[in-house]
Design a protein around this ligand. Structure first.
Ligand SMILES: C[S@@+](CC[C@H](N)C(=O)[O-])C[C@H]1O[C@@H](n2cnc3c(N)ncnc32)[C@H](O)[C@@H]1O
Length: 330
């Protein structure tokens, strides 16, 4: 079978990693910025308010998170909007695009417990079900969770059992590899369709996404498995793929140039790519921390500051992660 099918089965199959409920964070297999600090969502909330103030996002526009897992990121945004501009909670329409029924249920319950009837939350299984005029789309770590093909010196991988053989000639994969100057590495499958679906779903929107990677492809394989915070390269000689399959996360570095091309082909304008650290500072994370300092005890401020540092310190999540931003306007 194609490697992309194997990876999709690993992550999204009936017994796949995301199809069965998984903790992310301390007790899970890996951290995301969402599990590190609420100030991640807080900074995005501040940005959403600035989009409303600039007139790009209407007061009754859609705020939509894609691939929300527990929904904690969107919930953090809502909590900060409540603090900074409470009246917007009555007018903004909150949406989650989540393909898994069990996660949709978890998110519904979590939002009910956290906000009661104070906000409107709608779920869709896929972006293709959504139609709206004006939106802000947000996603954290989804482009590294699309199935990919593996390419090595002209050949594309095929999976037999759990063995990987490079002996297939695949024109599409080879052309992408040439375009991104890779002689080996991962070629993501599905960015083009995803970008088209988003472009068709809404007339005017901004899309912001955070992921691990670089604009240009790295000249090597980055595909790896996370098991209880241990990182195992997929081509590690001692790896037991049969035991890890479906039970641990599998991911790779995002080639942002590929994401950018997919959106531009769909008629959406690329705005910028920058380190997460810079993006969060530009959106106002330091002002939010300053507000906290003025309003809570020193001990609590210091605790929150330590967590927020994970997001903005260069050697932690701040530099390795990037923010990419797009806009569609008619
Ligand atoms: C690494 S997890 C990140 C979860 C969450 N955003 C966070 O930061 O904790 C990747 C998520 O992306 C979702 N995902 C991957 N491809 C997707 C797609 N094409 N459409 C919607 N969600 C997708 C997966 O279902 C999964 O929830």
């Amino acid at each position: 079978m194609k490697f992309s099918n194997y990876m999709n089965e690993w992550l999204y199959g009936k017994d796949g990693y995301y199809a069965t409920y998984k903790e992310i964070g301390k007790s899970g297999d890996f951290y995301t910025a969402v599990s590190a600090s609420k100030f991640f969502g807080g900074s995005v909330a501040k940005h959403i308010i600035s989009l409303v103030d600039d007139g790009f996002l209407k007061k009754d526009g859609v705020v939509c998170e894609i691939g929300a897992h527990h929904g904690y990121f969107l919930a953090d945004m809502i909590e900060f909007i409540y603090t900074l501009r409470p009246e917007l909670l009555k007018t903004l329409k909150f949406v989650i695009v989540e393909r898994f029924e069990n996660l949709r249920e978890f998110q519904k319950n979590y939002f009910k417990e956290s906000f009661g009837d104070a906000i409107s939350l709608t779920h869709y299984r896929s972006l293709s079900e959504l139609r709206c005029e004006n939106a802000f789309f947000i996603a954290n770590e989804i482009f590294d969770a699309f199935g990919c093909e593996l390419y090595y010196k002209g050949k594309t991988a095929r999976v037999d059992g759990h063995n990987i053989e490079f002996d297939v000639d695949d024109e599409w994969v080879s052309s992408k590899a040439q375009k991104y100057h890779k002689d080996r590495g991962e070629i993501a499958v599905g960015y083009e369709e995803f970008a088209k679906e988003m472009a068709l779903s809404c007339d005017k929107f901004e899309f912001m996404s955070f992921d691990y990677g670089e604009m240009l492809a790295r000249p090597d394989f980055s595909i790896r498995v996370y098991k209880k915070h241990e990182v195992i390269p997929l081509f590690d000689e001692n790896i037991k793929r049969d035991e890890l399959f479906g039970k641990s996360d599998i991911t790779y570095d995002v080639t942002f140039e590929h994401v950018k091309d997919a959106y531009e082909e769909a008629g959406v304008k690329f705005i910028e790519l920058k380190p997460q650290m810079v993006a969060l500072i530009d959106m106002g994370i330091l002002e939010l921390l300053e507000m906290l300092k003025e309003n809570v005890e020193d001990k609590i401020y210091k605790q929150e500051l330590e967590k927020a540092k994970m997001l903005i310190m260069p050697n932690l999540l701040g530099e390795r992660f990037k923010m990419i931003r797009f806009r569609k306007e008619l």
